[in-house]
Design a protein around this ligand. Structure first.
Ligand SMILES: [Zn+2]
Ligand SMILES: [Zn+2]
Length: 146
C-alpha cells in the first residue's frame, strides 16, 4: 500500500535532526515511541545519530505545529507519535505483547454517531481497539489445551 508523502511543514525551520525525525515518521507503518524514533534515526542512511532528549524536543515542536499527533494507549504511559495525516488511521493493540496493528479502514466513516442539534463541530476522533494478536491468541488456545 502506498502512502501519501507529506511535504515538509511550512513555517518549521529545517535542521538535520528535525528532518531525520520527520523521515522516520514518514516511513512508519504505525505510531512510534520517542525511543523507537531514536533507534530508527540511528539506522537512517547518512543521518547523524540523535539523543533521545533531542528527539523529544523535536517531537514537542512538531506537536505544537500540528505536524505530529501524540497519542497514548490504554495501560501504557508511553506516548506514541505519528504524522498528522489527513487520511487518518486506526490501530488495534494486542494486550499481551503490545503489538500494534493498523486497521484498513475507519469504522466511523459509515457510522458516525449524530451529535445533538449541531451544537458541536466534530473535526476528528480517536478510537482504540484492543484484544489479542494472531500469535498471542494461538498461544492462549494452546494453553487451554484445546
Ligand atoms: Zn500479541
Ligand atoms: Zn476514523
Amino acid at each position: 500500500m502506498s502512502r501519501e508523502q507529506l511535504q515538509w511543514p511550512e513555517g518549521v525551520k529545517r535542521t538535520k535532526q528535525r528532518e531525520s525525525v520527520f523521515a522516520v515518521l514518514q516511513n512508519a507503518e504505525r505510531p512510534l515511541s520517542a525511543m523507537e524514533i531514536c533507534t530508527a534515526i540511528d539506522k537512517l542512511d547518512g543521518a547523524a545519530s540523535a539523543w533521545l532528549s533531542t528527539v523529544y524536543r523535536v517531537l514537542e515542536l512538531f506537536v505544537e505545529k500540528d505536524v505530529v499527533v501524540k497519542t497514548s494507549l490504554i495501560n501504557s504511559d508511553m506516548a506514541l507519535y505519528e504524522l498528522n495525516r489527513l487520511q487518518h488511521k486506526h490501530y488495534a493493540t494486542c494486550i499481551k505483547c503490545h503489538k500494534i496493528i493498523a486497521l484498513d479502514n475507519c469504522p466511523m466513516e459509515q457510522s458516525a454517531p449524530p451529535i445533538e442539534n449541531g451544537s458541536f463541530q466534530v473535526i476528528g476522533h480517536r478510537l482504540e481497539f484492543f484484544g489479542y494478536c494472531k500469535d498471542c491468541s494461538k498461544t492462549l488456545m494452546e494453553k487451554c489445551g484445546s
